[in-house]
Design a protein around this ligand. Structure first.
Ligand SMILES: [Zn+2]
Length: 333
């Protein structure tokens, strides 16, 4: 066969197997397959791939009736901030809302940027963090189908990999005032079971209600969860690595906003070109999406029950007001 024919047959095979794969998958997995495709070239901040990712997320927001903020009518927030080496980085956040209630906001965050490509190697970032963005889109869809207590904002942040810059730009932009934000739910890496097959949950110990919530979700879903607030070392994380600082929720925490952070933690494919959609365990990922939705619903229910108290009377200390009994702590692994 000529080389051209071999290439053609190969291409047809890849196209048809991708199509079958996509149809059989739940929506969140289909979204990951696109966001982590080679076409988006690893979604590096400032790249064409990042731009195509934004178009996709905005299109999905429109489909789901997720509206733009009045101040950001095109769903996008461009920004320039300095990275850790004091070099300016220009990025673009994508923000949509399900709002209009007499209530504060819960901001759901998932960064869409990743490492881009190095030469011919593409860092697809399927788990990190196409998986979080796709879970966010699913949760956004569900908030439009159910009665929610809180207003919801969905922030697909850019330049997280450069030092949480998108989250910083969003919070400091005051498009939603800090005093109007009841909480932050951050999703970063949800689809790789690693060796542990468990969900790491951070921020649980900051509020008694969060401890109860995590406990209830663990028993209701049967998903293994580790409360990282109670562990010095989690899986492959280096000893002493503070999980409160590792992703976008840190920016909200600094403003005294309560947060919960869900993610699977580091694994063998983390920040390698092998973090691809085909390596995702769809069954495990689906469990994580469902658990994330439970956390979203649980946070939303707290918003309705404790509106005044949680905003003005509990200034969101993330460290020292934990009062859950030790028996409860032990059972949440
Ligand atoms: Zn990440």
């Amino acid at each position: 066969m000529t080389t051209r024919l071999v290439v053609l047959i190969g291409t047809l095979f890849i196209l048809s197997s991708t199509a079958i794969y996509a149809e059989e998958n739940p929506r969140w997995m289909q979204d990951v397959i696109y966001l982590a495709s080679d076409e988006l070239e690893g979604r590096q901040t400032g790249s064409e791939g990042a731009k195509r990712s934004r178009h996709f997320i905005i299109e999905r927001f429109r489909e789901l009736d997720i509206a733009p903020l009045a101040a950001l009518p095109s769903y996008t927030q461009p920004f320039t901030l300095n990275n850790r080496r004091d070099k300016p980085v220009s990025g673009v956040n994508v923000v949509g809302v399900n709002a209009g209630r007499e209530a504060p906001f819960i901001v759901l965050t998932a960064h869409y940027d990743h490492l881009g490509r190095k030469g011919r190697r593409i860092f697809n970032g399927a788990d990190d963090n196409a998986s979080g963005v796709a879970a966010m889109l699913e949760i956004a869809a569900r908030t439009t189908q159910q009665d929610m207590q809180c207003n919801w904002a969905f922030l697909a942040s850019d330049a997280e990999e450069h030092g949480l810059l998108g989250a910083k730009a969003f919070v400091s932009g005051h498009y939603i005032g800090v005093e109007s934000i009841f909480g932050n739910l951050n999703l970063d890496m949800l689809s790789q079971p690693g060796g542990r097959h468990e969900l790491l949950v951070s921020g649980v110990n900051s509020h008694t209600q969060f401890g109860v919530l995590a406990q209830n979700i663990e028993s209701a879903t049967g998903v293994r969860m580790t409360n990282t607030d109670e562990k010095q070392r989690v899986g492959r994380y280096p000893g002493g690595k503070d999980r409160t600082k590792v992703s976008d929720h840190a920016v909200f925490a600094e403003e005294g906003i309560p947060f919960l952070f869900l993610g699977v933690g580091r694994h063998n494919y983390y920040h390698t070109p092998r973090d691809t959609a085909s390596r995702i365990n769809v069954g495990f990922y689906t469990q994580m999406v469902e658990a994330s939705w439970q956390y979203a619903k649980g946070l939303d229910a707290l918003c309705g029950a404790n509106l005044q108290a949680n905003i003005s009377d509990q200034p969101a200390s993330v460290s020292d007001d934990y009062t859950t009994p030790s028996s409860r702590r032990r059972s949440l692994r």
